[in-house]
Design a protein around this ligand. Structure first.
Ligand code: PXL
Length: 277
């Protein structure tokens, strides 16, 4: 296995099984040396908890980038998730340029900002506008349907057909997106899955839909995708491995009503590691 070093930029939600507390263990399980850059520190995630603390770390980022540049630190991939401010997005775009390894580099953006037709608490139209510039600059993006609608100015719909998905993908491509992993796409009530768009090729990976909208599953999915992709799987195969792993995590959690805030992804890591062999 060739050694790859990845940087992931997303928040630390101290409690809640999302963002960095999910990405770091999953990427490590994939065998990747993983550096982290926390975009913000929250006491919990914002989905269902109230009264959480939020410290934006945007002001720390220029100094961190400058230090890494002085040390000659470079990465084979930068993978971004939930970001702390619109201003931070411009800094992340700069990171794609100044922290890329000359040997290999891929930029992967999960525009984590919305779900179920709604922006997450704290984000606004200015954040969406800035996020558009990041998805245009990235090699691979992983929006859900709500995020794809926001990025393309499309009205969100609960029910849709393949023509709607094709239009969303065309608009994303027209906006500069390259490889698109569109998540949460299902055409029957009992199925969901992924649309993988690369150049002129579009393939679907469909699977059983277990429950609607489990917290943190977008981060589990994106991290598992990034791990598999950087371990040399094609975008489609990585999308499928990540989907199967995420389903296992949800199956492992649904019977526990107290565990509403995230999924028990840790117990399923052996399955993920096995799939990467
Ligand atoms: O899972 C996405 C996510 C990440 N980070 C924070 C969140 C959310 C979703 O609500 O609130 C802080």
């Amino acid at each position: 296995m060739s050694d790859k070093r990845i940087l992931t930029v997303q928040d630390i939600s101290c409690v809640g099984q999302c963002s960095l507390t999910v990405a770091l263990p999953i990427l490590s399980a994939a065998g990747l040396e993983t550096a982290i850059l926390p975009s913000a520190v929250l006491s919990t995630h914002t989905g269902g908890f109230t009264g959480f603390t939020f410290r934006d770390l945007t002001e720390d980022i220029p100094g961190i980038i400058a230090h890494w540049q002085a040390e000659g630190i470079r990465f084979n991939a930068v993978y971004t998730g939930y970001l702390g401010s619109a201003k931070q997005i411009a800094l992340v775009r700069q990171m794609f340029e100044v922290l890329r390894s000359d040997e290999s580099f891929v930029s992967i953006v999960d525009p984590a900002m919305a779900d179920g037709g709604k922006l997450y608490t704290g984000f606004d139209a200015a954040f969406v506008r800035e996020m558009k510039t990041l998805t245009a600059a990235a090699d691979i993006i992983l929006p859900n349907i709500t995020e794809a609608c926001l990025l393309t100015g499309t009205e969100y719909r609960e029910e849709y057909d393949e023509a709607f998905i094709n239009d969303l993908l065309s608009l994303l491509k027209a906006g500069g997106a390259q490889t698109i992993i569109l998540t949460g796409v299902g055409f029957t009530p009992d199925t969901t899955g992924i649309a993988v768009s690369e150049g002129d090729t579009l393939r679907y990976y469909q699977h059983r839909r277990i429950s609607k909208g489990s917290h943190g599953t977008g981060d589990v999915y994106a991290s598992a995708f990034v791990g598999a992709y950087l371990r040399g799987r094609s975008a489609y195969d990585a999308a499928a491995i990540a989907a199967d792993y995420t389903v296992k995590c949800i199956e492992n959690t649904v019977s526990d009503p107290d565990h509403w805030y995230g999924v028990k992804f840790e117990q399923m890591l052996p399955y993920y590691i096995e799939r990467l062999k």
